[in-house]
Design a protein around this ligand. Structure first.
Ligand code: AHG
Ligand code: MN
Ligand code: MN
Length: 333
């Protein structure tokens, strides 16, 4: 069984950038995710982690104590490894600059965008939550100050994206542009081992995931697709599954074959999910797993971001299912 580090070294020829940088990036990500895993696993025992922090974040949403904890842990962990020069987090209004050590400055070229804790509404009820990350090369020259343009890059510029799911086990899933691979944490050793090699959406389409409680707020195209999923024809009806935790819903759909949909609604006219922290990394993984990701009208990875906390509709999953929904959206316009 390969560890994550061994796997990266073994596949070093397949990466178009420095293996050492990738190892350092993963060193930060593994360290932070193990700290979160540890806290999540004793969440019911301590008031320090469960519940609201009493603060409203930049998204206008109630920040949970675990949101804050996860944000802090990831920032500190990236600071300690001299590989990242800037971070934008869902939990912070502005981007954060990391000043690297002078002798390592040429290696601090990476920009990280992160949703430190995804699925906050599930923290207190012991249901799967996650972390989503996305990595880009900085665009501004190394010795200059970072600018907002370093963070507002199209998703098709991502060099690495992935998530960690804190579920019945803790699994790290990533793609560096050569397929999607999953590593399960063995908590007794604190080591991630390769458990899911080259994950692809299965041929059999099975599941649709959408918050159907919002049915009357959906457009006609989305409503028509939901009825199509429920129709008895060919291999339908599909099964409905929705946790309300993007990482959990996406992971299940990736393994079992399903589409995830968070469309525009009357309450969220631009969609609810964040383009940079949630949609782009999941879109990158979807495509790398042989699937597709769209906002209903265009490829997610081709959207030009204009602000850090921009929202977008997200439709991702097996190609056939996503294309079908796009057809319905166009038909109903
Ligand atoms: P976050 O906890 O990072 O704010 O993300 C929550 C997101 C996502 O994980 C999930 O799919 C979606 O919100 C659920 O929203 P609804 O409760 O509106 O269905
Ligand atoms: Mn989220
Ligand atoms: Mn979050």
């Amino acid at each position: 069984m390969y560890t994550l580090g061994e796997f990266i070294i073994k596949n070093r020829d397949r990466f178009s950038y420095s293996t050492e940088s990738l190892l350092r990036l993963f060193s930060s990500i593994k360290l932070a995710s193990k700290a979160i895993h540890k806290e999540v696993n004793k969440a019911g025992l301590t008031e320090e982690i469960i519940g609201s922090s009493g603060i409203t974040n930049v998204q206008g949403e109630n920040q949970q104590k675990l949101d804050q904890f996860a944000h802090r842990v990831f920032i500190e962990s990236f600071k300690s490894r001299n590989v990242v020069c800037g971070i934008a987090s869902e939990e912070s209004k502005d981007f954060i600059v990391i000043k690297g050590k002078q002798e390592d400055i040429s290696q601090n070229q990476y920009i990280v965008l992160i949703d430190p804790l995804d699925g906050s509404s599930n923290i207190d009820v012991n249901v799967s939550i996650g972390t989503i990350f996305s990595v880009y090369m900085r665009k501004s020259p190394i010795k200059m100050n970072l600018t907002i343009e370093d963070f507002l890059q199209k998703g098709n510029q991502q060099i690495l994206a992935g998530y960690i799911i804190y579920g019945s086990s803790t699994i790290l899933v990533y793609s560096a542009g050569n397929g999607v691979h999953g590593f399960t944490l063995d908590p007794s050793f604190g080591t991630f081992y390769l458990s899911h090699y080259n994950i692809c959406f299965p041929k059999m389409e099975k599941i649709y995931s959408i918050n159907e409680g919002n049915y009357y707020k959906f457009s006609n195209g989305i409503k028509k697709f939901i009825r199509y999923c429920q129709e008895k024809k060919d291999n339908r009806p599909y099964t409905a599954r929705y946790i309300g935790s993007l990482v959990g819903d996406f992971h299940r759909n990736l393994i079992q074959g399903g589409i995830y949909i968070y469309p525009k609604t009357a309450s969220y006219p631009e969609g609810k999910l964040r383009l940079l922290y949630e949609c782009n990394p999941m879109a990158f993984l979807s495509e790398q797993a042989g699937g597709k990701a769209s906002d209903g009208n265009q490829r997610i990875l081709d959207i030009e971001p204009t602000k850090l906390h921009q929202r977008s509709p997200l439709i991702c999953g097996p190609k056939g299912m996503v294309s079908k929904l796009e057809e319905f959206i166009v038909d109903c316009e």
